[in-house]
Design a binder for this molecule. Structure first.
Ligand code: DAH
Length: 337
């Protein structure tokens, strides 16, 4: 056997027994490095007789190619084994890092649903502050100074005379003061009253207010649109009743009651909203504040409504107690995630 073949076989044996990349590299240097024993044959070729050169040249290139390929193969195998060992050290049965994802509060979900329906009917979203003046909460809404709603026992007053709004109807006035008719807005948010906290009353509750002012707006528009809203929300089989009522800021005034066999409340009528045709005195108050005649009650008419959002959510999600909305009990909230 030619000594090049001997070298090649030695190299292949050492490559096979190399256990890591470091010892494999040592084998490569030993045989194929600059001073490696196979490489040395390159120099030696020049000293050989002419007829010997092709034979030895062939042996040399065979040794180089075979050893190079073997090193590559062995290297790939070693790397694969190392990777496998590293992964085997990871205990995939260990619990992961928990990543809690929040969800919307049921009242927020109720708000979103209602707004989605009203948007389709062409209502835009309006806003107003929770801390209000008596003007926006009462005076402009035709609610005289001797009205019981203004009693300090019923309403939260601040030392400077401002108060927490007792309803979202304040946004009606703010909207009309800042823009001429036609108006088609809803506003949703918190309202406050000095109520004892029990299963159905809370000093903070939530309303959705609506206002539509245009030419020739009538009770027919009001009934048609609010009936549509109730059926969209509670289902097509929902029955809607309008009962005569009194509000200072509407004339006529109505209460809306709903009933549906699909709901848990079944046969029972439930009051869900107040509404009516905007009182001319409200338009007059707005004109006074604006200093113009934009809301001339002879030219314009409108309907307005106030929905009890907590009540709607309690019916829709079958929630028995209004206090659950504010207790932040995760066992309750998770049911709406
Ligand atoms: N503001 C009334 C309340 O809180 C609800 C209401 C009734 C709002 C009639 C309206 C309305 O806009 O027209 O009880």
């Amino acid at each position: 056997m030619h000594s090049l073949e001997q070298l090649r076989n030695d190299a292949l044996r050492e490559i096979e027994s190399a256990r890591d990349e470091k010892s494999l590299e040592a084998v490569r240097v030993k045989y194929l490095g600059k001073n490696g024993s196979i490489s040395a044959w390159g120099e030696r070729m020049k000293t050989l007789a002419k007829d010997e050169r092709p034979v030895v040249g062939k042996l040399l290139s065979d040794a180089r190619n075979t050893v190079t390929a073997a090193i590559e193969q062995r290297g790939a195998k070693i790397r694969a084994e190392e990777e496998f060992d590293a992964l085997a050290k990871i205990d995939i049965s260990l619990p992961g890092t928990p990543h809690e994802i929040g969800s919307l509060h049921p009242l927020h979900q109720m708000h979103d649903r209602a707004i989605q329906i009203f948007r389709r009917m062409g209502f835009a979203l309006a806003e107003g502050p929770d801390i209000e003046t008596e003007w926006y909460c009462f005076d402009a809404l035709n609610t005289p100074a001797d009205h019981p709603a203004r009693n300090e026992q019923d309403t939260f007053y601040l030392p400077d005379g401002r108060l927490l709004r007792t309803h979202t109807s304040t946004v009606q006035i703010r909207t009309m003061e800042s823009a001429p008719p036609p108006i088609r807005v809803i506003a949703s948010g918190a309202a406050y009253r000095r109520d004892e906290l029990d299963a159905t009353h809370s000093p903070q509750f939530h309303q959705i207010e609506g206002l539509y002012v245009d030419k020739n707006v009538s009770v027919a528009d009001l009934k048609g649109e609010l009936e549509f809203f109730m059926r969209e929300l509670f289902g097509a089989e929902t029955e809607v009743q309008f009962r005569p009522h009194y509000f200072p800021f509407t004339e006529p005034s109505l209460e809306i009651h709903v009933r549906s066999k699909a709901l848990k409340s079944g046969e029972q009528w439930i009051e869900v909203a107040g509404c009516g045709i905007v009182h001319p005195a409200v338009f007059e108050a707005v004109n006074q504040a604006r200093g113009d005649d934009a809301y001339d009650p002879e030219k314009w008419s409108g309907y307005a409504f106030g929905l009890g959002m907590d009540r709607l959510a309690m019916i829709l999600f079958e929630i028995p107690d209004i206090r659950l909305f504010s207790q932040n009990d995760l066992r309750f909230l998770r049911q709406f995630a």
